[in-house]
Design a protein around this ligand. Structure first.
Ligand code: GLN
Length: 483
């Protein structure tokens, strides 16, 4: 699969297309589209950056690989002077005064920002349906969702609105929508990309990630944003370039499959995964079936810790310091209650209640403390497995994209659909989704590879080998990024 970024770069420097024509062509298409993929479009700024890039090219100056390339940002990533809503009424009018570090880096590279993409409110959800700004539907089937919480990011990349999108992954929110839309979704190691300017949901789990049509595109963008940031204490950055390691292949690599992730899978899903495993074997990898009983702990541990952190992170939205201010002539307490009642949607309120409950006196030891201890055993289980294998392979979800309405009606069943993804966040590991089939309904399906911390080059070289061997057969649904 040819990288979208590299193909566009060639077209720009050969002057087959101008950056301005490319961006304005995409805005024209976006205007015809009923899908609420973007909460805010940034047309004027995009065209002005594009024109500057075109001028450089016309003057014979060299340009960088990401320069003039259209892309988008999930709307929980801060953009200086550009509305950043987190998909919430609470922040419907919020204008940040600084850029997220990842965006600061891409902006310097001359990236053309098309706009801010829709998401589940504060990243809480798996279907895009908890957004205050309407539900993004699956670009291939309007009755299905595009996944979540990075719903708009996935739909944008599948629809050809930009070569890549930055999303965020606290518990699968880059990987699951990427899988539903048949994209490559990279969730980096915790600390590889700075979280500065990512509006916090659960700080110990949140990580910025990349959605793209190909592995090469994800690698290019990852290398650009995985830089140490002095202003984020958890930022480590990375020095090795994944782009250089992309073609290393799989010879001598051992891929482990936790048997627990294969139990009870629908037949179609199991078949697609088996075919992916066969392909890895054919590429020279050794496959080993392992056991990881700790995986069954991940779901309750995640929902306890994520909700606890959310309850404390979202305390600042009282309508006084930050957020929606309701009409109210009562006391300060009444005012705050009204601000928060009006500003937050049902799912966010559920998480805040759950989070405050597990943190409260009398329940703290039974829930929060216990969850912290179990988180440690999940981390250790991964560390032990990575003593034996180079990578792990798991499903992303049991099925392809689910129907609209399912998540809203079945909160707990929806939480359960996250079970293959959240252990990765609890352990801070990097993982990538790679498309590996289409289900009967025609919708794409993907598998997930997980690597040890900071081994993104191993992860992406395996994903790249798989993608090359598949030769585009799982990527036929993708729409071209073109005028
Ligand atoms: N479904 C997960 C949740 O609601 C996804 C979180 C995420 O990665 N932002 O918590």
């Amino acid at each position: 699969m040819k990288s979208v970024i590299l193909s566009l770069h060639e077209k720009l420097i050969n002057q087959t297309v101008t950056a301005e024509a490319l961006a304005s062509g995409l805005f024209a298409k976006m205007k015809q589209d009923q899908n609420p993929i973007f909460i805010t479009k940034t047309e004027d700024a995009a065209l002005s950056v594009a024109r500057k890039v075109d001028k450089k090219i016309q003057n014979g100056e060299p340009i960088g690989l990401l320069e003039g390339i259209p892309m988008s940002l999930k709307d929980n990533l801060s953009t200086d002077g550009i509305r950043t809503t987190c998909g919430s009424k609470m922040l419907a009018d919020y204008l940040p005064i600084y850029d997220a570090h990842a965006w600061e880096l891409l902006k310097k590279e001359g990236a053309v920002l098309l706009g801010k993409t829709n998401l589940d409110e504060f990243g809480m959800g798996s279907s895009g349906e908890t957004s205050y700004f309407g539900t993004v539907f699956h670009p291939m089937d309007a009755n299905k969702v595009a996944g979540g919480s990075s719903s708009g990011a996935a739909a944008a990349v599948l629809s050809g609105y930009g070569a890549y999108a930055l999303g965020t992954d606290t518990g699968g929110s880059v990987r699951q929508p990427a899988a539903f839309c048949g994209l490559v979704g990279l969730k980096p190691t915790y600390g590889a990309v700075s979280r500065r300017g990512l509006i916090a949901y659960a700080s110990s789990l949140d990580q910025i990630g990349i959605l793209a049509q190909t592995v090469t595109d994800a690698a290019l963008v990852f290398d650009a944003i995985a830089k140490k940031d002095e202003k984020d204490d958890t930022s480590v950055g990375r020095t090795k370039k994944t782009m250089d390691a992309r073609t290393f292949g799989l010879h001598g690599k051992v891929i482990g499959i936790p048997e627990e992730t294969r139990q009870g899978l629908p037949e179609e899903t199991a078949k697609a995964l088996d075919a992916a495993v066969d392909r890895y074997r054919a590429l020279g990898a050794e496959i080993r079936i392992l056991s990881m009983p700790e995986l069954s702990l991940a779901l309750p541990v995640y929902y306890i810790l994520a909700s606890a952190e959310a309850a404390s992170n979202l305390g600042r939205y009282d309508g006084i310091r930050f957020g929606h201010r309701a009409d109210c002539s009562g006391t300060l307490t009444e005012q705050i209650i009204k601000n928060r009642s009006e500003g937050f949607g049902a799912e966010v309120k559920r998480r805040i209640l759950l989070g405050n409950f597990v943190l409260s006196k009398g329940y703290y030891d039974d829930y929060y403390r216990k969850a912290q201890l179990l988180r440690r055993s999940i981390r250790k289980a991964f560390a032990d497995l990575f003593g034996k294998v180079d990578l792990l392979l798991t499903p992303v979800t049991d099925t392809a994209a689910f129907a609209r309405g399912f998540a809203l009606e079945n909160a707990v069943d929806t939480y359960r659909t996250d079970r293959y993804n959240i252990a990765v966040n609890l352990a801070g590991l990097p993982a990538v989704t790679v498309p590996c089939g289409y289900q009967k309904d025609g919708l794409p399906f993907a598998h997930q590879l997980i690597a040890p911390a900071f081994a993104e080059e191993v992860l992406l070289s395996a994903a790249y080998a798989f993608e090359e061997a598949a030769n585009g057969v799982y990527q036929t649904h993708l729409r071209e990024v073109t005028t």
